[in-house]
Design a protein around this ligand. Structure first.
Ligand SMILES: [Zn+2]
Length: 284
């Protein structure tokens, strides 16, 4: 079923699990992602950056995800990841995305509050959920680079201040993960997560899930994280397989023969991640 983020996270919270939010970079990846949800019977969030949505078409993404979601008994959310431009957010909401993230994390908090309020005022009446971010997460994602000098962990006082003014459906934290990280391991701030989770009942989000050990992911889930973003690991799985496939391809081969193995790889990665997020035995 097609659901907004609030509904999908409520479904997960009821079951004591976290939901994986996986980045699609093209339309080709989407059916494999939904097949992972079908085969595991677990909810899923498909997310795109504005860049990917511009490339494919917001309405095209919505049509494909909705069509596939309606065939599943579990909630499926289509989410706009890390948007900073209100025009792009409006475009996603109008096209039928069921969730948007406004990333005002690099702005002064007063401005982050003001802009997140504007986004909520547009999205919420249209039944579209809103994710916000506090604290600055490092690393590189889809061409945006935050170096280590700019990184700052989420401050519990800022969370209190922010949530006094803004109603959001999910809040992304900076607690030691890094976007695009896959070679080294994250050093997570579990105490900070616990402090924030104990003070606020809001669904909490972990970005940069690729560089985190399974056991640490599960510690985050038991401490209040309900949405976990994974992008880089899918890119690596897809591109590694594509390089291998296309290196041996004949020019007249059906593309399908080489794309299916790439999609199969990401499906396996997603299924393994989902099992970890659902607190099933760590299997990655
Ligand atoms: Zn992120």
């Amino acid at each position: 079923m097609y659901a907004n983020l609030k509904e999908t996270l409520a479904y997960a919270k009821e079951r004591g699990i976290a939901v994986g939010a996986f980045n699609a970079h093209c339309l080709e990846m989407v059916p494999a992602m939904l097949h992972a949800a079908k085969e595991t019977n677990l909810p899923i969030i498909i997310q795109t950056t504005a860049g990917t949505a511009d490339y494919v078409g917001y309405d095209v993404f919505v049509a494909v995800v909705k069509t596939l979601a309606e065939q599943l008994p579990v909630p499926v959310t289509l989410h706009l990841d890390h948007a900073t431009d209100f025009a792009k957010i409006k475009q996603a909401v109008d096209a039928g995305y069921s969730s948007v993230m406004f990333d005002g994390s690099t702005l002064p908090i007063a401005e982050n509050i003001e802009k997140t309020l504007e986004v909520s005022a547009y999205a919420h009446p249209r039944n579209v959920s809103v994710e916000a971010e506090l604290g600055i997460i490092g690393g590189a994602e889809d061409g945006v680079m935050i170096d280590s000098t700019q990184v700052s962990f989420t401050q519990p006082e800022e969370v209190s201040q922010f949530l006094q003014h803004v109603t959001v459906d999910a809040l992304a934290l900076s607690i030691g993960t890094t976007h695009g990280q896959y070679k080294s391991k994250a050093n997570l701030q579990f105490d900070l997560l616990e402090t924030i989770a104990n003070n606020h009942a809001r669904p909490l989000v972990l970005h940069g899930g690729t560089g985190v050990k399974d056991e640490d992911i599960q510690k985050c889930v038991t401490r209040g994280i309900v949405k976990i973003n994974v992008g880089t690991e899918l890119l690596i799985a897809w591109t590694r397989t594509a390089k291998h496939q296309f290196a041996k391809a004949d020019l007249t081969d059906s593309l399908r023969n080489h794309l299916i193995p790439c999609n199969e790889q990401i499906k396996q990665v997603i299924k393994a991640k989902m099992a970890v997020f659902a607190l099933e035995k760590a299997s990655v």
